[in-house]
Design a protein around this ligand. Structure first.
Ligand SMILES: Nc1nc2c(ncn2[C@@H]2O[C@H](COP(=O)(O)OP(=O)(O)OP(=O)(O)O)[C@@H](O)[C@H]2O)c(=O)[nH]1
Ligand SMILES: [Mg+2]
Length: 607
């Protein structure tokens, strides 16, 4: 078998790996939990098995010895090797760091991080009474005729610091032990218990089984019907992993009955073809090993497999194809869950968008329909026009208005500055109310789904309020707008015809009058609605027309209005941005699902 360093399939799977990792499921939606798990497990499978295996098809067969807690996995591995390479134990769980037993000539394959790149390497047998990690320390001499066990002699990549496991190994490391009795081309990996009370062990067992070419699944007479191991075996069927079983520690008189029952269960689960080895319960020898004859059939089977490159290749092909098929079969779930995220984010975005757009439209409407000509603004305006100061030189044709207003609004002097300030605070209050209610409505709309609620909660109460800088930004925008209006008046007033009049009334007075006019300048305000406010605004309108002419007033009003609308839009747009940025930061990108589908199809086409 050749080892393609790169192949179209490898390239397609690498592309698929990238596409899978770009999926994101940040919102707690119905499909998210399963999708996150799947994403992790397929990414692990690619990294730990599919890609390294595909890139070196001729690497030794990795046989992972897995199964129930205390089933006798470590004892079995030791007995197959004829050495205590992995420390067995009475207390559960015993094996915490996996032990990889291999022929010294195969060592080069595993010294690097091609296999299980996430696991640091340490060296030396855990059952070795000598300091296991001293490089170059000769191991315990082997049982005569069975070869010798040595540590791998290399410098450990991660020194063993005593670790967390009772076997004295570090938590997340892979211990390499070489032994000449292990046939060339096949390595045994003693894994932690799949049904461990220790979560790390279960995860490690998961990871190791996902990296295996062949599962050597050990169960005992006492545990063979347990649920957890069967969960793993069903997974093996689903992924078409090559599996062999060892029924360990069976009382000789129960062998027939139990093995028949187990075979029945295996057949029911689609594993009828899996080789089954039965190891009777026997007294262990003085080294804690099962006598050789009890494990001989298994040893021979493994030896034959190692020696037969075609058989090995078939095992690899079965497991590899199963893993790739499983991976390809999972991606629709990821696409669906990613799309679900996108749609939910789209809805949240649309909610925020709609609410802020409506808020902007309401402000725009309110600055034109006379709503602003109330309270303080109206009072100041009436004072302003009522003093007669403004009206003194009005054209005769609006003289009646002047008389009418002057008669009703006679009073203390009201400089245009007060009016201008009233306009400023009236507008500001209106904008604040709009920003406050939009924030409230948006967060309420988002809270209608659990995922939206989680988002609002994650961001904190700030999202339910207008942003802290809004007040200041609004005040600045209004002042800028007022400045713009004054500038308009100044420019329009520089015309020869009107310069004298503008000077007579003052730029500020005319500017503020223009503001009042646009606040009430809608065609929509008619009849009774015009009321005092609209009526008095007409005075302003007439004044401006007298100064600039009808046409110019219309244009001035339109430009002043447009400028105000733009500023309102920008202010509320910045408020809306808080929500949009939050959604953007979730990192759910639209083209990812299509990409993943395309990468899946491309990988499927290369199989
Ligand atoms: N008499 C006898 N004892 C055994 C046999 N196999 C295992 N034991 C004992 O059972 C206990 C557990 O064996 P281990 O080999 O540590 O089992 P394990 O499956 O590796 O356990 P974990 O790593 O904790 O999952 C130890 O005390 C062993 O000595 C056997 O065939 N006969
Ligand atoms: Mg063990």
């Amino acid at each position: 078998m050749t080892a393609p360093a790169s192949s179209p399939l490898l390239a397609a799977l690498d592309r698929l790996r990238v596409a899978i990792s770009s999926c994101a499921f940040p919102l707690d939606l119905p499909a998210a939990r399963e999708a996150r798990r799947t994403q992790q497990s397929v990414a692990d499978q690619l990294r730990d098995y599919i890609l390294p295996r595909l890139s070196r098809l001729d690497a030794p067969l990795l046989v992972v010895v897995g199964g129930s807690t205390g089933a006798g996995k470590s004892t079995l591995v030791n007995s197959l090797v004829g050495q205590r390479v992995s420390e067995p134990g009475v207390l559960r769980p015993t094996t915490r760091s996996p032990v990889l037993v291999l022929n010294p000539e195969d060592q080069a394959w595993f010294a690097g991080d091609r296999v299980l790149p996430g696991l640091a390497r340490t060296t030396g047998a855990t059952g070795n009474p000598r300091t296991p990690d001293t490089p170059g320390t000769p191991g315990t001499p082997g049982t005569p005729g069975t070869g010798g066990t040595t540590d791998t002699g290399g410098t450990p990549r991660t020194p063993d610091t005593g670790g967390t496991g009772r076997d004295g190994t570090g938590g997340n490391s892979l211990r390499l032990v070489t032994d000449t009795t292990v046939p060339l081309g096949l390595v045994l990996l003693d894994a932690p218990d799949v049904d461990s009370v220790v979560a790390e062990n279960r995860e490690m067992a998961d990871q190791l089984l996902a990296a295996a070419d062949l599962w050597l699944f050990v169960t005992s007479a006492a545990r063979y019907a347990d649920a957890v191991p069967w969960g793993f075996l069903r997974l093996a069927v689903e992924r078409t992993v090559a599996v062999a079983l060892v029924l360990d520690r069976v009382a000789p008189q129960a062998i027939d009955e139990i093995s028949a029952h187990l075979r029945e269960m295996l057949a029911e689960q689609g594993l009828g073809h899996a080789p089954l080895f039965v190891v009777p319960e026997v007294a262990l020898d003085e080294n804690g090993l099962i006598p050789l004859n009890a494990v001989m059939p298994l040893r021979i089977w493994l030896g034959n497999l190692a020696a037969d490159s075609a058989a090995r290749a078939a095992v690899v092909r079965q497991t590899l194809e199963g893993a790739i098929g499983y991976l390809i079969g999972r991606t629709p779930l990821l696409v669906e869950a990613h799309t679900e995220q996108l749609e939910a984010i789209g809805r949240l975005r649309a909610d925020a968008d709609r609410i802020y757009r409506a808020a902007g439209a309401r402000v725009t409407e309110a600055t034109a329909d006379g709503s602003l000509l109330r309270g303080e603004v109206l009072a100041r305006w009436q004072e302003f026009v009522g003093t007669g100061e403004l009206l003194r030189s009005l054209e005769r044709r609006i003289g009646w208005l002047r008389d009418k207003l002057a008669a009703t609004l006679r009073g203390r002097p009201a400089p245009e500055r007060e009016l201008s300030e009233a306009v400023e605070s009236g507008l500001e209050a209106m904008l604040r109310a709009a920003a406050e209610s939009a924030a409230e409505q948006t967060s309420a709309a988002w809270r209608q789904t659990p995922a939206g609620t989680a988002l609002v909660d994650r961001y904190g109460p700030g999202l339910e309020l207008m942003s802290p800088g809004f007040r200041e930004a609004a005040a600045r925008a209004i002042r800028d707008w007022q400045g713009f209006v004054m500038q308009l008046v100044r420019e329009e007033g520089s015309d020869k015809r009107s310069v004298a009049r503008v000077l007579a009334y003052g730029v500020n007075g005319i500017g503020v009058t223009l503001m009042i006019v646009i606040f009430a300048s809608t065609a929509g305000v008619t009849g009774a609605e015009v009321g005092v406010a609209g009526g008095s605004a007409i005075v302003g309108q007439k004044l401006l027309e007298a100064i600039f002419g009808d046409q110019a007033v219309r244009s001035l009003a339109a430009r002043a209005r447009k400028n105000l609308e733009d500023r309102v839009e920008a202010l509320l747009g910045a408020e809306l941005l808080r929500y949009l940025q939050l959604l953007d930061a979730l990192g759910v990108y639209p083209d990812v699902a299509d990409n993943l589908t395309a990468a899946t199809n491309a990988a499927a086409a290369q199989r």
